[in-house]
Ligand binder design. Structure first.
Ligand code: HEC
Ligand code: HEC
Ligand code: HEC
Ligand code: HEC
Length: 133
């Protein structure tokens, strides 16, 4: 095979890979809640696996997550619907108490949690923030 042809095939392959990766990343975004939220705080009452036949079940990735967390990701204005949260670049061994350092004002050089994180506990952080590698 001549070189330009191989290069062309490689480019096509890379493009395909890019499109497939982009499509997968897209499906991992949380769907927005489109229904009225009034009187519907207990999301799991309807969305728990098997709770109501016609309602979409929470996927397996959600095991153990409480109703109070759902809107952090599924609110139509949630940043999780459009951006990837910053990764944890540091070692996490022995650092389970994230807020000890990241609570606003806790430690001068440590980046503070933003205002929209109010009410989130250290046990919640890794639902969204994952180690860099
Ligand atoms: C009274 C039952 C009920 C409660 C409570 C409820 N939902 Fe729903 N939800 C529904 C129904 C019915 C639909 C539409 C059918 C479907 O897509 O499952 C729906 C749809 C959704 C969808 C779209 C799913 C999809 O397939 O695109 C999301 C996301 C969602 N709800 C999240 C929530 C969140 C978050 C809460 C809590 C704040 C909540 N729901 C509370 C009944 C409920
Ligand atoms: C950390 C972000 C996050 C939180 C918190 C969260 N979700 Fe999700 N949810 C997602 C993502 C991302 C998906 C799609 C990928 C997947 O299946 O995990 C999803 C998928 C779903 C689906 C399936 C929608 C569909 O179109 O198939 C339902 C229903 C749902 N979530 C409901 C809930 C409920 C109820 C809660 C609270 C108990 C909740 N989610 C909490 C991120 C989140
Ligand atoms: C002992 C203090 C300490 C603890 C505990 C700690 N961190 Fe950090 N974290 C830091 C410091 C310092 C930085 C900034 C320098 C760096 O990235 O190493 C940082 C950076 C981060 C960043 C990057 C922020 C950005 O803007 O890029 C995230 C995300 C993060 N930490 C999440 C966590 C999570 C989640 C936990 C708990 C599992 C945690 N941290 C526990 C000190 C801490
Ligand atoms: C539901 C998902 C979610 C959860 C849970 C969550 N975060 Fe975040 N975090 C984000 C997103 C998205 C951003 C990007 C900023 C924004 O909200 O627009 C962010 C930003 C940050 C930043 C960067 C602030 C900066 O200025 O660079 C830090 C630090 C952080 N989070 C720490 C934490 C800690 C500590 C916890 C647990 C107490 C936590 N996060 C829980 C989604 C989440």
């Amino acid at each position: 095979m001549d070189k330009p042809r191989v290069a062309g095939m490689t480019a096509t392959l890379l493009l395909t890979l890019f499109i497939v990766t982009a499509a997968v990343a897209q499906t991992l975004r949380p769907a927005p809640v489109l229904h009225d939220l009034a009187g519907r705080d207990e999301c799991l009452m309807c969305h728990q696996v098997g709770a109501m036949e016609v309602v979409t079940d929470v996927p397996e990735t959600h095991a153990g997550w409480q109703s109070g967390t759902c809107l952090w990701c599924h609110h139509p204005n949630s940043p999780m619907r459009t951006i990837d949260p910053p990764t944890i670049k540091h070692d996490i061994a022995g650092r389970d108490d994230c807020l000890m350092c990241h609570a606003p004002g806790a430690m001068e050089p440590v980046p503070d949690t933003p205002d929209n994180h109010e009410g989130r506990e250290s046990t919640h952080c890794r639902m969204c923030h994952h180690p860099a590698d």
